[in-house]
Design a protein around this ligand. Structure first.
Ligand code: FES
Length: 227
């Protein structure tokens, strides 16, 4: 996929509800995630073209994302379709939100800058979400901590639908645990955990706790790191 978009994890799929937008970050820039009536996920710059209000604080109306300030509504193409103060006006095409690529795979929402029109194959495996945790450490420090505590952690980049996404995979008898790192800031990283295979609920809870313990250990500097 040389020259195509590089995809980055921005949320677990279950954390992007169908009834309201949610905000997060990509490369330190605020973005808004939301679903259209068909359930397709969209990732946009979290900035209303009118006066810059955060669209993640907005709401959904008639399948459009509405800004909380003056209520301008944007369709799935990012185009403004309705201005409440001037309902008779057909907004010009230039009144559009900056869109990013957005895909779902492995129970994770991925976002990309660049030419996101390039189609991506669907994941062949069935993944389930576990949880997301946020660590007050850099992504590289968190990655080091994960590598220290889970020997054999592989980055299956070439085997993933989105090369470059860097999902780390920890294989166990009951399948695979996937860990996707999302830098939220210089010293703040989200870890999105998913599973593929036959793990029991007990196994998933145990892994979830292990992840939280790892986060605590990472924050208390009990792991050496590059950061
Ligand atoms: S700032 Fe969004 S509609 Fe005015």
């Amino acid at each position: 996929m040389t020259g195509g978009p590089t995809w980055f994890p921005v949320a677990l799929s279950i954390d992007v509800p169908s009834h309201s937008p949610t905000g997060t970050y990509l490369h330190g820039e605020p973005i808004v995630l939301w679903r259209d009536p068909a359930g397709a996920v969209h990732a946009w710059a979290d900035r209303c073209p009118h006066r810059g209000m955060q669209l993640s604080l907005g709401f959904l109306r008639e399948g459009r994302l509405a800004c909380p300030y003056h209520g301008w509504r944007y369709d799935a193409e990012g185009r403004c379709t309705h201005i409440p103060a001037h309902p008779e006006v057909v907004p010009p095409r230039a009144m559009s939100v900056e869109r990013l690529g957005a895909r779902e795979s492995q129970a994770i929402v991925w976002a990309a800058t660049g030419d996101a029109s390039i189609s991506a194959p669907a994941a062949v495996e069935q993944w389930r979400p576990i949880r997301s945790v946020t660590a007050r450490r850099s992504a590289s420090a968190v990655q080091d901590a994960l590598a220290s505590s889970m020997p054999g952690l592989d980055i299956e980049g070439d085997a993933l639908p989105f090369p470059g996404s860097g999902l780390m995979v920890h294989s166990v008898a009951a399948g695979k645990f996937g860990l996707a790192l999302q830098p939220l800031g210089p010293d703040l990283t989200a870890v999105h955990a998913v599973h593929c295979g036959d793990a029991s609920v007990r196994d998933l809870i145990a892994f979830s706790r292990r992840l939280a313990d790892l986060r605590d250990a990472c924050e208390s500097m009990r792991f050496s790191s590059r950061a």
